[in-house]
Design a protein around this ligand. Structure first.
Ligand code: PLP
Length: 443
């Protein structure tokens, strides 16, 4: 294969031919336990009968009808389900084809809302370091991954980035976890005051940080304080649940566990469970009504929004969550996974932290446990672990810790919600062997 656009330019990747439960199979018949659901996508495993049947039924009836001309029953039912479950006043859904499109839509909706309210001086966003919101230009601008931003920096809209809430690396010994969370949240207020709060459209954050930091939850009270600050200065709160949402942390929306309301939420990955591309943003009635009673039209749109097949598949995904009581199982299996990982890795000389929520977990690797010094990025540790794990028949999601030069490499785990306890053991053993053999070989 000579495809320079293949991820990381690898030409020798195995050829995937089959998925069954939580396993993927390559052309040679080798099985891989999918411990990361790809990139936290395949929450129902790879062969869910109800989703497959729903997709077959839909494609036999109708593959595509442009949303400028038609609604579909599935789209209406899916929107109803999402808005019924969403906390607060999130009553209006806008379906797109993936996470970055959802983010672009959210940023533009937030801006148009203020234009229609007569506050067009609001032109800036605030987000966090150690965040990832997608690879399109708007999403990249608000994201905090320096490596991904670097080549495109001159093209990105100016965005202010405050610190992430990441206690393992940044909490002072003298402060409590609560105080650390408040201190980090208060950075938003300080930054808004520096910028002029009435120039800011929105603050955007992942309730549980995924790719760039590795399943990092905020301290208790952090998001409540963020909400207070946003309310005080009339700034919208956009929560990016593209990775952590749709049951991944044990509740349909991750921010349910923060006990706050968002103005706009973005979702994607788990919504389609990998059966077809889909994303969505959900906005409050206040935002929707301001635009519908103003210009009457959100100046945005994509050809494949509300795609009929995607709607059918995603509706079947949400129905499977309910029918199989999967969200309580995510909480239970997540606790078991955390326990197994702790048993196996706590004494490992290069494992600094084991964390996460539900079936969204990470193991952080550091070169020195006392100082929390990370491995050099030149060690290419994440690639080596990924390759060793693939050799052993395990798919995990290792990332290099390059943000702020501070956090270490981490391995993100986001297995399908249907994972059994025996499979959690298999995952843990294979992960241990991958991490141990690669870190030993460094010395
Ligand atoms: N937001 C978050 C939190 C993500 O993790 C991702 C992808 O990993 C995105 C947005 C972008 O989604 P997509 O890759 O579907 O464009």
């Amino acid at each position: 294969m000579n495809n320079i656009f293949q991820r990381h330019c690898h030409s020798n990747l195995p050829i995937a031919v089959k998925g069954d439960g939580i396993y993927l199979y390559d052309k040679l018949g080798k099985a891989y336990l999918d411990a990361s659901g790809g990139a936290a996508v395949s929450c129902l495993g790879h062969s869910h009968p109800d989703v497959r049947a729903a997709l077959h039924r839909q494609i036999d009836q109708l593959a595509y009808a442009h949303t400028g001309f038609f609604n579909t029953d599935n789209a209406l039912e899916l929107a109803e389900k999402l808005t019924q479950a969403a906390p607060g006043n999130l009553n209006h859904v806008y379906f797109v084809s993936g996470g970055s499109e959802a983010i672009e839509s959210a940023l533009k909706l937030a801006r148009q809302y203020f234009v229609e309210k007569g506050e067009s001086q609001r032109t800036q966003f605030v987000s966090r370091k150690q965040s990832y919101h997608g690879n399109t230009l708007g999403a990249l601008a608000v994201g905090g991954n320096e490596l991904r931003r670097a080549p495109f920096a001159p093209l990105l809209m100016p965005t202010e980035h405050i610190s992430a809430c990441f206690a393992y690396h940044n909490k002072l010994e003298s402060e409590s976890y609560f105080d650390y969370g408040q201190r980090t949240a208060n950075e938003l207020e300080t930054r808004l005051l520096e910028m002029g709060p009435d120039t800011v459209i929105a603050f955007i954050a992942e309730p549980v940080v995924g790719a760039t930091a590795g399943a990092v939850t905020a301290e208790e009270g952090y998001f409540k304080r963020i909400r207070e600050i946003c309310d005080q200065y009339g700034v919208l709160l956009i929560l990016d649940e593209v990775m952590c949402g749709m049951g991944r942390t044990g509740t349909l929306f991750a921010h349910e566990q923060e006990d706050i309301h968002a103005d706009i939420v973005t979702i994607a990955k788990g919504l389609g469970a990998g059966y077809q591309p889909i994303g969505a943003m959900i906005a409050t009635s206040e935002i929707h009504n301001t635009i519908s009673q103003g210009s009457g039209f959100f100046q945005h749109g994509h050809t494949y929004m509300g795609h009929a097949t995607a709607m059918a598949g995603s509706l079947a995904v949400l129905n499977a969550f309910e029918k199989e009581a999967l969200l309580p199982r995510v909480q239970e299996a997540g606790d078991i996974l955390q326990t197994r990982l702790s048993e196996r890795f706590t004494d490992h000389p290069f494992v600094g932290d084991i964390r996460g929520r539900g079936l969204f977990r990470a193991v952080e690797l550091i070169a020195d446990k006392d100082t929390k010094r990370p491995f050099s990025t030149a060690s290419n540790l994440h690639t080596q672990i990924k390759e060793r794990a693939m050799d052993l028949g395990l798919i995990c999601y290792p990332m290099s810790g390059t943000i702020d030069g501070k956090n270490g490499h981490h391995i993100l785990l986001a297995p399908p919600f249907i994972i059994s306890n025996t499979q959690i053991d298999e995952l843990t053993e294979k992960l241990f062997e991958s991490v141990d053999s690669v870190t030993q070989s460094l010395f």
